[in-house]
Design a protein around this ligand. Structure first.
Ligand SMILES: Nc1ncnc2c1ncn2[C@@H]1O[C@H](COP(=O)(O)OP(=O)(O)OP(=O)(O)O)[C@@H](O)[C@H]1O
Ligand SMILES: CCCC(=O)O
Length: 372
């Protein structure tokens, strides 16, 4: 039986902070972004070890706000990048999912803590634990899976949660359905991904974690491989991992991953900072062109979203380069809390089925095409 009012807690752990929001039906009544100092996180050996610390930080923030941390109908965590490539949707958190998120079998990323924390908090209050917004959800067309080595297939690792929510709202504002439109959507934030959404399916997209696509504030994106091999020669695996996941992009060129700091440098007349800032935007525009080709030029709109799109200069720079493709719409920031709550509410209201996570990816390779 459906209720008139649902209360949902949404949890979204990122690399340096944990975002949480409480929704009463569609209204966000409280939100927080608990920032974790690097020295606090440095004390944990694995990302999984950070779970209790981040969970307690959220519960303390709810308590400090004088709110009830118990009476939830659902606690929903971001599915993120660390789960199997299952169809996009909203899933009940089960043991298989917890095992995959904990082991880092598919990817070890702070997002993995979303479903773990959701499960723990839901268990204390009899709420349904859910996972939504899996970046790893598999919708690629088959040709997009081929990588440059047989051993390195391409896979989906796109900012699904924010970009699909933005696309749903963009379509609705035009009196259309997301499933009617062909869109190229660039999420330009702390991480950056660019994807081709064909009639509601992400048929191709850059990989935000495996380093493909534009450079980001702290990651390299696609790099020249032979030069890269020279760069990492002599580094340990741990040093290599740190280099590619935190030391690229603005960080490599300018010593900061904060785009606002880069803008301050530019305002003080730093010409190199200007060039590097422009280069990130130039690379985003280039990948938008790539995804327009994936859609064979049949593009109804280009959408720019993410934190960096708060900067009018940045949005205008990309728009100038890609507006020949299709009309460009800018949705600065992100709607991830809203997207998580909306996913949970659709299930609670009976509008959408709560899916069962099997841990079995829908795409598992090309064996069915290979000759014996
Ligand atoms: N007005 C602005 N101008 C330029 N950059 C901005 C502005 N506001 C925020 N940013 C930048 O946006 C980035 C953060 O974006 P966002 O909040 O989308 O990232 P995130 O949530 O940490 O990661 P992700 O985008 O991968 O989910 C930071 O680099 C921040 O400096
Ligand atoms: C989907 C990519 C997430 C990230 O950039 O960390």
């Amino acid at each position: 039986m459906t209720k008139e009012q649902y209360r949902v807690l949404a949890i979204n752990p990122g690399s340096t902070s944990t975002k949480a929001s409480i929704f009463e039906n569609d209204a966000e009544v409280w939100k927080t972004n608990v920032v974790h100092a690097p020295e606090e996180l440095a004390g944990f050996e694995t990302i999984g070890d950070q779970g209790p610390f981040r969970r307690d930080a959220i519960l303390a923030a709810i308590d400090e706000a004088g709110l009830d941390a118990q009476n939830f109908d659902a606690v929903v965590g971001v599915g993120g990048v660390g789960l199997a490539g299952v169809p996009y949707g909203t899933y009940g958190v089960n043991e298989t999912m917890l095992d995959d998120a904990t082991s880092g079998k598919y990817a070890s990323h702070p997002n993995n803590l979303g479903v773990i924390i959701a499960h723990e908090i839901a268990a204390t209050c009899g709420a349904q634990a859910m996972a939504a917004g899996m970046a790893s959800s598999e919708e690629f067309q088959e040709v997009a899976h081929i990588g440059g080595f047989a051993q390195t297939p391409r896979r989906c690792c796109v900012h699904m949660l924010n970009t699909k929510e933005v696309a749903l709202r963009h379509a609705a504002a035009q009196g259309k359905s997301y499933k009617d439109l062909n869109l190229v959507i660039a999420h330009v934030g702390g991480g950056i991904t660019v994807a081709a959404h064909r009639k509601g399916m992400v048929v191709d997209g850059t990989d935000g974690v495996d380093q493909e696509g534009p450079m980001t504030p702290n990651r390299p994106g696609t790099v020249r491989l032979v030069s890269f091999m020279k760069l990492i020669a002599g580094l340990t695996p741990a040093e290599q991992k740190k280099l590619v996941s935190t030391q690229g992009g603005f960080m490599s060129h300018l010593g900061t991953s904060d785009a606002l700091e880069v803008k301050r440098m530019i305002a003080e007349g730093d010409e190199y900072a200007r060039l590097v800032y422009d280069a990130l935007l130039y690379q985003v525009a280039g990948w938008i062109g790539h995804m327009a080709a994936v859609l064979k030029g049949e593009v109804d709109g280009v959408i720019l979203t993410g934190g960096l799109m708060n900067d009018e200069y940045a949005a205008a720079y990309i728009t100038e380069m890609v507006s020949w493709i299709a009309p460009v719409s800018v949705y600065p920031g992100e709607l991830e809390g809203e997207a998580l709550a909306a996913a949970a509410l659709r299930v609670l209201r009976g509008e959408e089925e709560l899916l069962e996570y099997t841990g079995v990816p829908v795409w598992s390779g090309f064996d069915h095409l290979k000759r014996a």
